[in-house]
Ligand binder design. Structure first.
Ligand SMILES: Nc1ncnc2c1ncn2[C@@H]1O[C@H](COP(=O)(O)OP(=O)(O)O)[C@@H](O)[C@H]1O
Ligand SMILES: N[C@@H](CCC(=O)OP(=O)(O)O)C(=O)O
Length: 281
């Protein structure tokens, strides 16, 4: 896809990386070289003058390994315990890597209640704004340690789109374990074809995306990414799904030449983020 001289003028970008993209596929251990490269890429976006926000999954997957659980946890309290361990570990690594490139990183943990309640929503918005003003990179995750079903965003694809809308970012990049949206799940349909550009996000695209995930740590599958696309596009932000296998794709995206799916933002004046949080689409 060629979007030369378009994406490099973006002012504020939110990048989301999924748990499966942060770890070695064969044993689930953190891929430290990839994390280091991700941080370098994000620092370079800052050096290009963009406001940068990272939404990073991985708390539960990292905690699970630290605790020594071989199975994916299903009990809410076990997930919470894993997240309590894993989030701290992840942040320790991010802090160290960002400081190597002289950037300051920060942590914002949110639940759905943060967005439902007017005061906490405004606090979150103000905090993001101040961090950007100070040149600090917010690293966002769901507050899984206290989050239960009722206050859950459910997946970080949706959360990253909500952050995009809340902060008026103009680009959301979802780094996934797959190149983008295909006409069907390529894991079950070998004839599925990559869709490179979507200018009008209608129902037939939504139906292509299944909620099956490609890994034993992912959440929401492609369906969650299409929900994220609806939120971003209606908020006026472009969105891109690309493969996080090589995070060098971030500068390829900004330079306008990359493999992935590009969703054109089209601000919908009837879209109300607060209403969406309460009732969904
Ligand atoms: N139409 C589709 N196009 C691409 N992938 C799809 C589609 N439908 C379902 N999927 C599945 O969604 C997975 C990506 O979702 P997920 O595992 O949650 O990603 P991540 O952990 O990278 O955020 C793919 O690996 C693929 O198996
Ligand atoms: N908040 C959770 C991740 C939730 C999520 O959406 O995961 P993923 O599908 O790997 O992006 C965690 O940090 O473990």
């Amino acid at each position: 896809m060629n979007l030369h001289d378009y994406l490099k003028y973006k002012k504020r970008v939110v990048v989301k990386i999924g748990s499966s993209s942060l770890q070695h596929a064969d044993n689930g251990e953190l891929d430290l070289i990839k994390l280091e490269k991700l941080v370098r890429e994000l620092c370079d976006l800052r050096n290009r003058g963009m406001d940068v926000c990272l939404v990073s999954s991985g708390a539960i997957a990292v905690g699970r390994r630290a605790i020594g659980l071989t199975e994916r946890p299903s009990e809410v309290s076990t997930k919470q315990a894993c997240a309590a361990v894993g989030q701290a570990r992840l942040m320790m690594i991010y802090q160290r890597l960002f400081s190597e490139y002289s950037q300051v990183a920060s942590q914002i943990l949110m639940t759905k209640y943060t967005m439902v309640n007017e005061t906490t929503r405004e606090n979150a918005r103000n905090c993001f704004e101040e961090l950007f003003r100070l040149g600090i990179i917010p690293i966002v995750n769901e507050n899984d340690t206290i989050s239960t079903y009722e206050m859950h965003f459910g997946d970080n694809d949706t959360l990253s789109a909500i952050v995009t809308s809340l902060t008026n970012a103009d680009l959301l990049i979802l780094l996934s374990d797959i190149d983008g949206l295909y006409t069907d799940d390529p894991r079950s349909n070998p004839d599925a074809v990559l869709i490179e550009r979507i200018d009008r996000l209608d129902e037939h695209y939504m139906e292509m995306a299944k909620d099956t995930t490609g890994s034993d740590v992912g959440t929401g599958g492609m369906a969650a990414k299409l929900t994220a696309a609806r939120i971003s596009v209606h908020s006026g932000a472009d969105m891109i799904i690309a493969n996080g296998k090589d995070v060098g794709i971030l500068h390829e995206i900004i330079e306008g030449e990359f493999k992935g799916t590009f969703f054109k933002g089209q601000k919908n004046v009837d879209f109300d983020l607060n209403q969406y949080i309460k009732t969904g689409f």
